[in-house]
Design a protein around this ligand. Structure first.
Ligand code: TTP
Ligand code: MG
Length: 360
């Protein structure tokens, strides 16, 4: 029985796919998106380049050693954010309950939309078709009754995948997946779980919750619950969120103010866009930096005036960033707006306005 229908939708090779759509000649070559400099990292690569084991966040020098014939294009963030906005609009034609996780992925609670479709597969197909028709891009969709299983399912048959995991099959679906894929298991925790012989998610079901909690505290109970696909987390829309944040794990650690500031610039644009979409104004701005030793540092400041554009966010970011010490390399960066002030805006209708495309 489907208690809820949650989808996770994630665009395929997003930045690269937009470039290939805009210039189809790029579809025939291995394509890397990133700045060409020696200290730069790969933002993403098309699936042709991935055959050479090139992947996101890999140092550009390594990527070009693996695939010297690749074409390298610098990212055009503004363009990707335009498309991102378009995709989120399409999702909103299916449900008002959308939780964007980054510019190219979102959770959708489709429990109400299902009434119009004879089953989750046709609903998933309709979302994929609509995205392709309107943007010329493919999206991979995973569907299940929890966020946990939906996210794991969207990755299952990438690119252009559609994976439906009925609730009765969820525990078996997630059991063989490597423990690193479990939500909440960061690299340190995953290494510890592996050292205990817990290499796949299913291995957790063969341990007792008491045993796991003795080692991992509260998280131990949570891991046990997740392995049984017990995940009560709701899809939280941007309008319901207490804060809106964007973050990125960097492949190679970066050091010093200038490098961290540069890495935060695309996040300023993305944060601005997400706030606009939520019709929210930021009462405060927070920067989060995680060091190579997994120490989390954050600094925040109240904003007397709402920033109006990405440039104003970058200016504020440059000021707030001066509060950090930079005595250790950084592996993760994040930027969040808190104390949100929601402008009055009518809620979007949860259902499609026209039935024509549903029946195609
Ligand atoms: P992802 O969804 O992680 O990757 P992707 O869409 O390129 O490929 P996949 O088919 O596996 O989903 O990230 C979305 C975009 O975010 C990606 O196109 C580029 C950008 N990005 C970075 O700039 N740096 C990174 O380290 C990652 C992971 C993504
Ligand atoms: Mg993606």
């Amino acid at each position: 029985m489907w208690s809820r229908i949650i989808a996770h939708a994630d665009m395929d090779a997003f930045f690269a796919s937009v470039e290939m759509r805009d210039d189809p000649r790029l579809s025939r070559v291995p394509l890397i998106i990133g700045h060409p400099g020696p200290r730069s990292v790969v933002c993403t690569a098309n699936y042709l380049a991935r055959k050479f084991h090139v992947h996101s966040a890999m140092p550009m020098t390594t990527a070009l050693r693996l695939c010297p014939q690749a074409v390298v294009i610098p990212p055009r963030m503004e363009r990707y954010l335009q498309v991102s906005h378009q995709i989120m609009q399409i999702f909103s034609e299916f449900t008002a309950c959308i939780e964007p996780l980054s510019c190219d992925e979102a959770f959708l609670d489709l429990s109400d939309a299902i009434g119009l479709f004879p089953g989750p597969r046709l609903l998933g197909q309709a979302i994929k078709r609509k995205v392709f028709q309107e943007t010329g891009l493919t999206v991979s969709v995973g569907m299940g009754n929890t966020k946990l299983v939906a996210k794991l399912a969207s990755d299952h048959q990438k690119p252009d995948g559609l994976t439906i995991v009925p609730p009765s099959e969820a525990v078996d679906f997630i059991a063989p997946l490597p423990i690193q894929r479990l939500w909440g298991a960061g690299p340190k925790t995953a290494a510890k779980l592996e050292s205990l012989g817990i290499r796949q998610i299913g291995d957790l079901t063969r341990r007792s919750p008491t045993y796991l909690s003795k080692i991992f505290g509260q998280s131990g109970f949570q891991f046990y619950a997740f392995a049984h696909n017990c995940d009560p987390r709701e899809v939280i829309t941007e309008r319901e969120a207490k804060s809106i944040g964007v973050e990125r794990t960097l492949w190679s650690d970066i050091e010093g103010y200038p490098a961290v500031f540069e890495a935060l610039l695309p996040l300023c644009e993305e944060l601005h866009q997400r706030l606009q979409r939520a019709h929210a104004q930021a009462g405060g701005l927070r920067i989060k930096l995680k060091t190579s030793h997994f120490q989390l540092h954050s600094r925040q400041m109240a904003l007397p005036v709402n920033p109006k554009n990405p440039e104003e966010y970058s200016k504020l970011t440059s000021i707030l960033l001066k509060e950090f010490l930079f005595d250790e390399p950084i592996r993760l960066i994040g930027l969040a707006a808190y104390d949100l002030n929601l402008e009055h805006h009518p809620r979007q209708l949860p259902l499609p306005h026209s039935e024509s495309w549903i029946l195609q």
